[in-house]
Design a protein around this ligand. Structure first.
Ligand code: MTE
Length: 335
């Protein structure tokens, strides 16, 4: 299966193989190269490559069923290599596991991701609690290569595997009162040191929210994998939100509840520091964080000699697709 990034807004095909992305012979053979060739699929067309991700030790059955393990990068953003897997999985924010960027990789192995259920309720005609496999099964998994811009002014380019949040919400039949969507992360105090700490400032669980039109937008996905494999725990296994035009903190990890509501929902960072983190959190180089500029970003991984600074783009480069959602709004006020 050759998966293409779906529409023009994502990124244009590149004829170069980006650094950090290469063919792993073992993965390629494991993925059934012979079968692909027999089917006439150009196995190593110039624009394709496999990622540098090690296969997951054991992918759950529902994942293997949806995605048989073939890793193709059909397109990458022009001039923006895909971030090496090692950087994307060892430099993380997942505060439940600690504040150091290495803490999620160190501790998230203890997260129990199977069995996993997701509750969908609130302003919907069909509320329910779904086993993850049941939730994912009706959806096609697509690869989306998106920029992820953290509010802390670093960024990465990540190949997600996911499906449209809007399609999932439609199945739940939102009522006319559904104006917002609230998301909640799992609470596993045994696995998550910050939930046991008296010093933690966050009122757990981690919560996030979107306006309904943002949630229904075709760019918004729920990811179950990255780099052609199941999501590593530190990146939000088994189910996380990805909203590429917003600062990374909106992309809530390890989701267990999706609640449609009439009121703008409580969100973790807005509650913690409302002057610093707004509900909208659209990437905007013109609106500085009170303590630092948002004009530029450090594309990871950098080196001591190469900090890899680049200009931050309005809406993280997705303005054409999403700016109309905010027509007439004062983006300095609604930051
Ligand atoms: N989700 C939960 N549950 N807890 C968190 O601390 N951090 C957010 C977001 N989702 C966070 C979370 C922040 S600040 C960022 S930048 C992204 O996850 C980081 O995603 P990554 O680690 O996969 O790069």
């Amino acid at each position: 299966m050759l998966i293409r990034t779906p529409q023009g807004w994502a990124c244009r095909p590149s004829e170069i193989t980006p650094e950090g992305v290469y063919l792993s012979r073992r993965q390629f053979l494991g993925a059934g190269a012979a079968g692909l060739l027999a089917a006439g699929v150009p196995a190593l067309a110039e624009e394709t490559a496999l990622y540098d991700a090690p296969p997951a030790a054991e992918a759950p059955a529902w994942f293997a069923e949806k995605h048989p393990g073939i890793r193709w990068a059909a397109v990458v953003p022009e001039g923006e290599p895909v971030t090496p897997f090692a950087a994307a999985t060892r430099y993380n924010n997942f505060y439940e596991f600690g504040q150091d960027k290495g803490d999620p990789a160190r501790h998230a192995g203890a997260l129990v991701t199977e069995p996993w259920t997701v509750r969908i309720d609130g302003e919907v005609g069909k509320p329910g609690v779904y086993e993850l496999a049941e939730l994912v099964r009706p959806h096609a998994l697509e690869e989306r290569i998106y920029r992820l811009r953290c509010v802390e002014a670093w960024s990465m380019v990540i190949p997600w595997l996911g499906f449209s949040l809007g399609e999932l919400l439609k199945r739940a039949e939102p009522t006319g009162n559904a104006r917002y969507v609230a998301f909640t992360t799992v609470m596993q105090p045994e696995a998550m040191p910050a939930l046991r700490s008296r010093l933690s400032l966050i009122d757990w669980p981690y919560r996030e929210g979107l306006r309904i039109d943002e949630a229904m937008h075709p760019l918004t996905i729920l990811a179950v994998g990255m780099y052609g494999r199941v999501l590593p725990n530190q990146n939000g296994a088994p189910l996380r939100l990805v909203v590429p035009w917003k600062y990374g903190f909106k992309s809530i990890k390890s989701i267990v509840a999706i609640h449609l509501t009439e009121q703008q929902p409580y969100t973790t960072w807005q509650a913690l520091a409302p002057r610093e983190y707004g509900f909208y959190a659209n990437v905007n180089p013109e609106v500085d964080h009170p303590r630092w500029s948002q004009k530029r970003e450090r594309r990871l991984p950098g080196t001591l000699l190469r900090s890899n600074l680049r200009d931050t783009l309005p809406f993280n480069g997705y303005a054409e697709a999403v700016a109309p959602l905010y027509a007439g709004m004062d983006l300095r006020r609604f930051y």
